[in-house]
Design a protein around this ligand. Structure first.
Ligand code: GDP
Length: 196
């Protein structure tokens, strides 16, 4: 797949540290433990591209992965740690909102949510900001292998229905890094954003 050539480019401590980029970026965001690192590793067929770190609050860096000279994947810090002080959460929200609004090279946002616990408050905030910034959103309902087919479809339809409320370009797919459910759908969507 096109994404296998991804390689780590750099980390930035915050959006203000990202230099301007003439190409296209696609950002990945999700609550901590949603399966973001696993999804990035699956997409790129690389075991350790995005570290699957279990240390709360540690992965506050923005990691940039290069696909080619003009295209990048951006791994945003996971959110929703209960242990993180409220002031830090506020700061995170502000900088993420700014990133979605102001990053001109940003072409779309992938939001990862556990299929069993979708659309928590911060997920909804994020989708709302992205849609407000006129960005298309791809919701991947992760760990889909944990549900039987019937329940998986029902959850997907429920989130799809709920996503209509955002009145933007929001698509929803069940996804599993373990079984590969939804992988080709995700790849196809991202390829259209990257114009490849
Ligand atoms: P992150 O914090 O969002 O980067 O989440 P990780 O990718 O580190 O995954 C969190 C936990 O969920 C880990 O224990 C993973 O093994 C597990 N996990 C991630 N994706 C899947 C999946 O598709 N299926 C199942 N069954 N477990 C998954």
């Amino acid at each position: 797949s096109y994404f296998t050539k991804a390689k780590f480019l750099t980390s930035a401590p915050g959006i203000t540290h990202l230099s301007p980029f003439e190409g296209i970026e696609i950002a990945f965001a999700g609550r901590s433990n949603a399966g973001k690192s696993s999804a990035l590793n699956k997409l790129t067929r690389q075991k350790n591209l995005a570290r699957t770190s279990k240390t709360p609050g540690r992965t506050q860096l923005i990691n940039l992965f290069e696909l080619d000279e003009y295209r990048r994947l951006v791994d945003l810090p996971g959110y929703g740690y209960a242990q993180v002080p409220i002031a830090m959460k506020k700061k995170w929200q502000k900088s993420l909102g700014e990133y979605l609004q102001k990053r001109e090279c940003l072409r779309g946002l992938v939001v990862l949510m556990d299929i069993r616990h979708p659309l928590k408050d911060l997920d909804q905030d994020l989708i709302f900001w992205a849609v407000s910034a006129k960005l298309p959103v791809l919701i991947l309902l992760t760990k889909a292998d944990k549900l039987k087919a019937g329940k998986r479809k029902a959850q997907t339809l429920m989130v799809r229905e709920a996503a209509l409320a955002f009145q933007g370009d929001v698509s929803v797919h069940a996804f599993s890094s373990l079984s590969g459910i939804g992988l080709s759908e995700a790849e196809n969507k991202l390829m259209t954003w990257l114009e490849v």
